[in-house]
Ligand binder design. Structure first.
Ligand code: C2E
Ligand code: MG
Ligand code: MG
Length: 422
């Protein structure tokens, strides 16, 4: 049998052959197939060199794969993707053993590669009768892709209902990849308006995807999928690149610029060099960072403050603006205002709606506006649809608003024609 130089696991073809042999040999016994891969593996190679990357793979093979109970055979399929076959006596016991091993292995590796937050995504398929080795790998992969990019639940056991979702997700992911590659991600801009002057003080960039049949997909159609498979950052990056290009064009046309915000999802913050990378990107695009704002959701702060806060600080030091999106949408903690290095709080549409129609609610809105002012942050209230809402917000001292009352998200051309002035 031939083995891989780096990990000393079998080569793919030999693994299939060996697994088929084990399948016959263990007829009637309980078997399980796993597939796994790392997050940010390229990053390890780039940051620490290929030698260290190889060592990491070798350790994964030795400590995690061979070191897990019931190991029969395994292979590195390609790059950082592995498959392995195990025997087990009890579904839950074996799963627990694997989870513990995974934790031990990752703890050691993360200490070593501290510049990036390494994650190991694992798909697990507990064998059913009549299933071939290759089909078992497919099923383990379907489970793995269910959690790819989901740093909170990175291990998944295959269920038949994942197959449908998998194909739908695959279509959306293919559409995103095509849109990114062809520079076809549609970016719309929705103005943010000062209640005092009525002037535009900024805009939010909002993404749409366009299918080959011309159908336009809204964020609700694709964001959850992209988040769950780890492609959301590719979308954010595509939107950011468009925004940088646009700002540069508008600068060259001699317009007075306003900051444009992009929605910036959590996984970006797993890269400790985020702030520097972003600065290099805007410098390369010839745009002042003060015109770029990152909207992060307050949900982010319920988990991983130690990772996020230092990076936010650096981003602000580089000159970017940070705002907290969807404040009041359900995860609210006034903590975010006290300890977070941010510039702006965006009050959520849902909060406005639920509070607008009753006295207590109105007092709550007033209270939130007062607190934001007290801690000297800026504010934007989102989803303002009626004049009554705008009047109330103005009376309460809310500085800025965004919503259909002023404009829906506009095409870049429409936004330019309506709002950009020399
Ligand atoms: P968000 O960041 O809170 O954006 C505001 C959403 O509210 C937008 O929906 C906007 O069109 C909508 N909106 C604004 N004013 C009104 C109003 O008066 N009435 C109503 N009914 N809706 C209003 P959209 O464009 O569908 O985006 C939904 C969410 O998708 C965004 O919420 C954001 O969380 C996410 N999203 C959009 N583009 C991106 C992106 O490029 N990256 C990431 N990570 N998320 C994105
Ligand atoms: Mg937003
Ligand atoms: Mg929002």
């Amino acid at each position: 049998m031939r083995t891989d130089d780096v990990t000393a696991l079998l080569l793919y073809e030999d693994f299939i052959e060996q697994a088929e042999y084990e399948l016959k040999k263990h007829a009637g016994k309980k078997l399980v197939m796993i597939t796994m891969d790392f997050s940010n593996f390229n990053y390890i190679n780039n940051m620490y060199g290929y030698k260290e990357g190889d060592k990491l793979l070798r350790q994964a093979a030795d400590e995690f794969i061979r070191g897990s109970r019931g190991f029969l055979c395994g292979c590195r399929m390609y790059s950082d993707h592995f498959a392995a076959l195990f025997e087990h006596d009890n579904h839950n016991d074996w799963l627990q053993m694997l989870t513990v091993n995974r934790g031990d292995y990752l703890r050691d590796t993360r200490t070593k590669f501290a510049a990036t937050f390494l994650q190991l995504y694992i798909g697990i398929y507990f064998w059913e009768p009549g299933v071939s080795v290759k089909k078992a790998i497919d099923k383990a992969n379907i489970a793995r892709k269910m959690v790819k990019g989901n740093h909170r639940e990175p291990v998944c056991v295959y269920l038949p209902e994942y197959e449908n979702k998998y194909f739908k997700d695959a279509e959306m992911i293919a559409l995103l990849k095509r849109s990114v590659a062809d520079d076809n991600v549609v970016v719309l801009l929705q103005p943010k308006i000062s209640l005092e002057t009525g002037e535009v003080i900024g805009a939010e960039a909002l993404a749409r995807l366009r299918g080959t049949d011309g159908k336009v997909y809204l964020p609700a159609d694709f964001i959850p999928t992209l988040e769950s498979v780890g492609y959301i950052t590719a979308l954010d990056n595509a939107v950011l690149r468009k925004v940088i290009k646009l700002l540069r064009e508008w600068k060259d046309k001699g317009y007075g610029l306003v900051p444009i915000s992009v929605n910036w999802s959590y996984p970006h913050f797993l890269h400790s060099t985020l702030a520097k990378d972003l600065k290099a990107l805007v410098d390369g695009g010839g745009v002042d960072p003060k015109y770029i704002e990152f909207e992060i959701t307050e949900r982010m702060f319920t988990t991983d403050l130690d990772t996020v806060i230092p990076i936010l600080k650096e981003m602000r030091e580089e000159g970017f603006e940070i705002s907290v999106d969807d404040f009041g949408s359900g995860y609210s903690s006034f903590n975010v205002m006290g300890i977070l290095p941010v510039d702006t709080i965006k009050i959520d549409k849902g909060f406005l709606d639920s509070c607008f129609n009753n006295e207590k609610g109105k007092q709550l809105i007033q209270g939130v506006i007062d607190v934001i002012k007290k801690v000297k942050l800026q504010m934007v209230c989102e989803g303002v649809e009626t004049k009554e809402q705008a009047d109330m917000l103005k009376a309460f001292g809310c500085a800025n608003v965004q919503g259909y009352l002023y404009d829906k998200p506009l095409s870049l051309e429409a936004f330019e024609a309506k709002y950009m002035k020399k």
